[in-house]
Design a protein around this ligand. Structure first.
Ligand code: ADP
Ligand code: MG
Length: 599
């Protein structure tokens, strides 16, 4: 566990960059501040010695005032230096957090687009932002306090030998017992139990989020809260682990810890009583009383030191989980960009023995798939849900990079082209092609920022969006999602098509949406498709087989395998998967028509 802490810290200091020095300066100053803070106790000892030496004729104690002022000066100096220390560490902490954010963003910029499909961007931002903020406590306070507490311990040991080691040892003994109790709670096999307890807490909060997300489903299906078994079990598991950890494991040690932290003098008084007779006999009873006065006052700072260690330990743990969250971002895959980009020769697409497995998946989503699309051809990918159609399509614009084989555009491996050139060549409309909260004009123009208003308007017309523009209060300039201007799924799809049409790219990748099958929209979407795909190389994922009948080639993907390939006519009567899909499709159409007749 110690090793892990160390590496966490070095990771954090790596992010600090040049501000590492400022952190070290702050830590050093914190140590100095602690020494300054201990000097007044020595002044108190000097005052006590002076007073006791002249007792009971107090007027003879001439140096007392001087020592008093010195104590005051040291105390003030200690506070000032501690402030300076915190200024250094805070500055370093803020810079480090901002470095973490910057590096995280920079790294995310290089991640393949597909990464953002599997990881919601809001979640990523939260992780990065929250993680960076949580490292601040460690850097700004805990590190300085750790140095301070260490200095204090060394100081305590030194002072123990300087005055009276027996009474010093008595004070230290209480501290040692407290620390020992603290470590029993956190060390050894209890460390594992504590980790389990924290993991249960994490899991509970995750399950809670899932639960809140699922509320609509619960309402719609009239389920009780017990249908969310995972959440209920997570709470119960957490409560069991929390009770075990806090009750069975921490109760005893924590009681000991608090007792000896607050009662550091508990051994001092008995020890003083034991050595008092000896001091009387030796004749230096004044010295004994002086030392006792010193340790009685001094024992008070022991609890401060211990409390700080506690905070530092919890700060370390917080920072450790924060770094874990940041690491998930810094470990995001990176799209490799070639140094010597090759220009694609034409607009063909070829899959050469392509395999692709998602991170963390056991089975490949695409398994040794090969096919070729000549320039200007339209190829349809069909097959059952989960067959790998969307995955195959997303390999073309490098949303992901293949794990085996290669995807070629214009005869060149997509990994050997300049990503900008590749992106310029391909227009894609994906199922989850959400529109952003901006005007329709801006949404469409996003694919070609230099397009004029006239061009955007033409693209919208070509995508059959005229009726949408007519019903919106500010036409093309209406901001989507404000003042009740929401678009239906089919309407959104058409706006996304307008965006692709405006891009005017020679290759089009279409992942048609299934959910928006109202006949009116369907007809309009078909028209928009026709405009978009005319004269281009097209890869189309169609859920309504009516769309694919005219395709130059149909590829049936099932479980990541290309199980059939051919034209509609070739596949229709082959007796394979496609002919079954075709039969099902016709059945569904018949149902729809007869349902229409009944109404
Ligand atoms: P289709 O589009 O044909 O319905 P997909 O390409 O979406 O199929 O999915 C193929 C397989 O890959 C499925 O088993 C699916 O669960 C898995 N899959 C899809 N997207 C992801 C993702 N982002 N992360 C992990 N697995 C995924
Ligand atoms: Mg899909």
């Amino acid at each position: 566990m110690k090793e892990k802490k160390k590496s966490d810290l070095s990771i954090l200091l790596e992010y600090a960059g040049n501000y590492k020095r400022l952190t070290f300066l702050g830590m050093t100053l914190s140590g100095i501040a602690m020494v300054l803070g201990m000097l007044p106790y020595i002044c108190i000892w000097l005052v006590a010695r002076d007073l006791i030496a002249v007792a009971p004729d107090w007027t003879k104690a001439t140096e007392v005032g001087k020592y008093g002022w010195m104590a005051f000066a040291f105390a003030i100096a200690g506070i000032v230096v501690y402030f300076a220390a915190l200024m250094c560490t805070h500055l370093a902490a803020f810079r480090t957090a901002s470095n973490i954010r910057k590096q995280g963003m920079k790294h995310l910029m290089k991640a393949p687009l597909g990464f953002f499909d599997s990881n919601a961007s809001g979640l990523l931002r939260n992780r990065l932002d929250g993680g960076a903020a949580e490292t601040e406590t460690l850097l700004a306070h805990n590190l300085a306090d750790i140095v301070g507490s260490a200095t204090m311990f060394i100081g305590m040991i030194v002072l123990m030998f300087v005055f009276d080691w027996r009474m010093g040892a008595a004070c230290l003994m209480a501290a040692v017992i407290s620390v020992g109790a603290m470590f029993t709670m956190m060390g050894g096999k209890n460390a594992k139990i504590m980790q389990e307890y924290q993991a249960a807490q994490d899991y509970m909060s995750k399950a809670g989020t899932e639960y809140v997300r699922g509320i609509p489903v619960v309402k719609v299906f009239q389920q009780t809260v017990y249908s969310f078994k995972a959440f209920k079990e997570a709470i119960e598991d957490y409560s069991k682990k929390a009770e075990h950890y806090t009750g069975d494991i921490c109760r005893g040690p924590q009681a000991v810890n608090l007792t000896f932290t607050e009662g550091a003098f508990i051994f001092l008084v008995p020890v003083a009583l034991i050595i008092a007779p000896g001091a009387l006999r030796s004749g230096d009873f004044a010295g004994f009383v002086t030392n006792f006065a010193f340790y009685a006052v001094f024992s008070a700072i022991v609890s401060t030191a211990l409390a700080r260690i506690m905070f530092a330990a919890s700060g370390m743990m917080l920072a450790s989980t924060a770094l874990g969250r940041i690491a998930t971002i810094m470990d995001a895959p990176v799209l490799k960009i070639t140094d010597k980009p090759i220009e694609p020769k034409n607009n063909s697409i070829e899959f050469k023995d392509v395999s692709f497995t998602y991170d963390g998946a056991d089975v490949p989503a695409i398994d040794h798939v090969s096919f070729r699309v000549e320039p200007g051809q339209t190829v349809a990918l069909v097959g059952p849900s989960g067959g790998g159609k969307t995955t195959a399509a997303s390999l073309i614009p490098r949303f992901w990079d293949v794990t085996g084989g290669s995807v070629l555009v214009g005869g060149v491996d997509v990994r050997d082209t300049d990503p900008h050139v590749l992106m310029d060549k391909i227009a894609f409309v994906f199922q989850n092609n959400r529109l952003f909260k901006a005007s329709i004009f801006d949404n469409v123009r996003a694919s070609r920022p230099d397009a004029t208003r006239e061009e955007v308007k033409r693209a919208l017309s070509a995508a059959q969006c005229d009726d949408i523009l007519l019903k919106l209060p500010q036409g093309m300039d209406t901001v989507i999602g404000t003042e009740g201007t929401y678009l239906s799924g089919g309407e959104q799809q058409r706006v996304a098509l307008a965006r692709a049409i405006l891009k005017d790219a020679p290759i089009v990748v279409l992942d048609e949406a299934t959910a928006f099958a109202d006949p009116e929209n369907e007809a309009l979407i078909q028209k928009a498709f026709a405009t978009l795909t005319k004269g281009r190389t097209v890869i189309m994922i169609a859920h309504r087989l009516s769309t694919v009948v005219g395709a130059d080639k149909i590829i049936v993907l099932d479980n990541g395998h290309a199980v059939e390939e051919g034209t509609h006519e070739e596949l229709k009567n082959k007796g394979g998967m496609y002919s079954r899909m075709w039969a099902d499709y016709n059945q569904a159409v018949k149902w729809r028509i007869s349902a229409g007749e009944v109404m």
